[in-house]
Design a protein around this ligand. Structure first.
Ligand code: ATP
Ligand code: MG
Length: 274
């Protein structure tokens, strides 16, 4: 949990990062952000803003997409991490939960969770204790532990994906679009668990979300990305009250509620990018 009044230690630092896909498509145009230890930091923005690309740059997953960090640096606890493979990255404390959840469909829920333990060396006793801890936060997964993951619901699969990440005992979890495709009540449930994990277990989160409304209610700090650039950042409480954020991302304006589409079409680019 982030203590009020104290300047927290920065664990992850993205400095002026540029990403190019297929050697020509410039997608991130100098993104910088800081993730404080024990905080929930949100990376916000619409479709194609560059949220997933930013997370993948951090976890070194761009190569399989023909993407490359061409400028800038990414530091975890002061060390460059952009050349680490996923196992080494997990050992240094960072794990990513990918967009779309990605369970092993033919394995049971419990087997899926256990795959998260592969970088650990502490043995079976610890594994069992950690599994119980995951079940404590996700009782639904305990009920369904013998079910084949491919037959579980979208919400349960999101829980599996987060639970599997927890089994690696990371310090920082990168969470890509946890709300995607889930009913509002489930979204609240998932975010509530993220908040509990943050407050009670001290996990640090960097989460990418299109759902600005939910993300800003649970996060401590937010960065808003547009077309590969950070256009605004600040404490979540301030962003929630910011008139531009209200209008563009929360669908509200002084004249009343508006759809994001309406707003986007007329003033968005003009105000922020001029
Ligand atoms: N493998 C790729 N090759 C070329 N362009 C890509 C690739 N992956 C993403 N892009 C482009 O990069 C831009 C940023 O995409 P990214 O997936 O990072 O956005 P996002 O903010 O996560 O969007 P969403 O909210 O829809 O998930 C988009 O214009 C997208 O078309
Ligand atoms: Mg994305």
């Amino acid at each position: 949990m982030l203590d009020a009044g104290q300047t927290p230690e920065t664990v992850l630092e993205v400095n002026n990062v540029e990403v190019i896909y297929n050697h020509v498509i410039l997608v991130l145009k100098g993104v910088s952000l800081k993730v404080p230890k024990g905080g929930i930091t949100a990376l916000l923005g619409g479709n194609g803003a560059g949220k997933t690309t930013t997370l993948k740059a951090v976890s070194n997953l761009l190569h399989s997409e023909r993407g490359e960090v061409t400028k800038g640096s990414i530091l975890y606890r002061g060390n460059r991490i952009q050349d680490l493979d996923p196992a080494a990255l997990v050992k240094s404390g960072v794990i990513q939960v990918m967009e779309g959840r990605h369970c092993f469909e033919h394995l049971t829920v419990e087997e899926n969770l256990l795959t998260g333990y592969y970088t650990r060396t502490e043995g079976k006793g610890q594994q069992q204790a950690d599994l119980e801890k995951v079940y404590q936060y996700f009782p639904r997964l305990k009920e369904r532990r013998k079910s084949q993951a491919g037959y579980t619901s979208g919400g349960e699969q999101q829980m599996i994906a987060i639970g599997r990440a927890l089994m690696a005992q990371p310090e920082t979890i990168l969470l890509d679009e946890p709300s995607m495709g889930l009913a509002p009540q489930l979204v609240e449930q998932i975010f509530g668990i993220v908040k509990d994990l943050n407050e009670k277990e001290g996990y640090t989160f960097l989460l990418a979300e299109q759902n600005t409304n939910v993300a800003l209610r649970y996060a401590h700090y937010g960065y808003i990305l547009e077309s590969g650039r950070v256009v605004m950042d600040g404490p979540a409480a301030e962003l929630r009250e910011n008139p531009d954020v209200k209008e563009f991302y929360l669908g509200m304006s002084e004249e009343g509620r508006k759809s994001f589409r309406d707003v986007r079409s007329y003033r968005r680019r003009k105000r922020w990018l001029s």
